[in-house]
Design a protein around this ligand. Structure first.
Ligand code: XIL
Length: 396
């Protein structure tokens, strides 16, 4: 359990800095000054982690605490190995977050070694970690066209697809029943540019079961875990572009249909993988109108996978961080103006571990900086921007 394994860094004594986050409400995103307070030097990470909340001297300054003060949940996605092989990262995770979502561990590829088997080992470890550290849990994701195991294409047919889907949801949602705050039941079912009726994505699930798979998935999930909030989750809902507008409309129609049929869907998840590039348009008024329409259906809204891509932003780090922070601030301040928005999750916490390092690397080879903490686990301007938005948000 050292951080040297996963990061290649020397195994320093763990600096557990619950009290370093001294800047906040009044700070200016552009100023860039990050004042660090005294830090606690803990040599035994594990026992301390287990009791972390109890010695949370200034934990009220962490993002999770600031959000919680307004009735908003803040958390992040995490990979199992990053939590269990990097204690410094794990400590920061517990410090900042009030909610954990497995980045990979609850996807089909992770849970389903074969058609007739489930392997909960990795996911269970994350659930135990969350329970131990008083973090709420989000499940991600029961139905998706990606992260399907290799056996899927060959072994799932029109004949058995419904039974396979129902069995998966019953078993997985049933296994974690009572422990989950919420589940992403269906992920990314809409993609109007694929030309299918009602803007449906031409996913294996659509091909195997038709549009009804969405409704079926929600009904089975609600039966398996009646306590969890059930989400429809999707991306490209954020910008003032023709593409995103078409997608917003298609998602809204889907949610309307589900609600009119009394399908147990409780919230919309906005993935919010943002692009720091200026050319992408964000229109707060348009976004708020969309969120109001969603809320008028009786749905809550979560920001589920927030990060800001910096692939094509200037190399200069100060400049880049300012643009990324501004994107966080513009987006979150607009979105949190809608009272139905009750949770914000970033897709990762620290630039040390971001899916964008692989998915959207920079041409100049410089590391990407899309998340609230830098690769040394220190707060960036993005952290500052998020903190300020939470501080200014209305009470839920
Ligand atoms: C990504 C993870 O971050 C990667 O580590 C994984 O290899 C592929 O999936 N939308 C989603 C997430 O709903 O599940 C994706 O996560 C990112 C895009």
């Amino acid at each position: 359990m050292t951080d040297s394994k996963s990061t290649g860094r020397p195994n320093k004594r763990l600096l557990y800095r619950r009290d370093l986050l001294r800047f906040g409400a009044g700070a200016i995103a552009g100023a860039g000054a990050v004042a660090l307070g005294r830090s606690q030097n803990l040599s035994q990470a594990e026992p301390q982690l287990a009791n972390s909340r109890s010695f949370d001297v200034e934990g009220d300054r962490a993002l999770g605490a600031r959000a919680a003060a307004k009735g908003i949940l803040y958390g992040a996605a995490v990979r199992r190995s990053n939590l269990f092989e990097d204690t410094a990262f794990a400590a920061r995770f517990v410090q900042e977050c009030r909610m954990l979502v497995p980045e990979r561990a609850m996807k089909w590829q992770a849970l389903r070694p074969s058609l007739d088997k489930f392997d909960f080992e990795g996911a269970d470890q994350l659930v135990d970690f969350a329970t131990q550290h008083d973090l709420k849990l989000r499940g991600h994701t029961l139905v998706w066209h990606q992260s399907l195991p290799d056996w899927f294409a060959e072994q799932v047919t029109r004949q058995n697809a419904e039974q396979v889907l129902v069995n998966h949801i019953q078993t997985v949602a049933g296994h974690y029943a009572g422990k989950m705050h919420s589940w992403d039941v269906v992920n990314e079912a809409i993609q109007p540019k694929e030309g299918k009726p009602d803007g449906f994505r031409n996913s294996p699930w659509l091909q195997l079961l038709g549009q009804d798979y969405v409704e079926l998935a929600f009904r089975v999930a609600a039966e398996a875990d009646p306590d969890a909030m059930l989400l429809y989750n999707d991306y490209s809902l954020d910008y003032d572009t023709a593409e995103d507008e078409t997608k917003r409309n298609a998602v809204l129609r889907l949610l309307e249909r589900l609600k009119s049929r009394e399908v147990p869907v409780h919230a919309l998840g906005l993935q919010a993988h943002l692009d720091g590039q200026d050319s992408r348009q964000f229109n707060p008024v348009q976004m708020q109108r969309f969120l109001r329409e969603v809320a008028d259906l009786g749905l809550k809204i979560f920001v589920t996978e927030l990060d800001v891509e910096d692939q094509r932003l200037p190399a200069n780090i100060e400049q880049r961080d300012r643009i990324v922070a501004a994107a966080y601030e513009d987006y979150l301040s607009a979105v949190l103006a809608e009272p139905a928005v009750i949770a914000v999750l970033t897709w990762g916490l620290s630039d040390r571990y971001s899916w964008l390092s692989d998915y959207k690397p920079r041409d100049d080879g410089m590391p990407v900086r899309p998340l609230p903490l830098d690769a040394d686990l220190q707060p960036k301007l993005a952290w500052n921007a998020i903190a300020r938005v939470f501080d200014q948000a209305a009470q839920r």
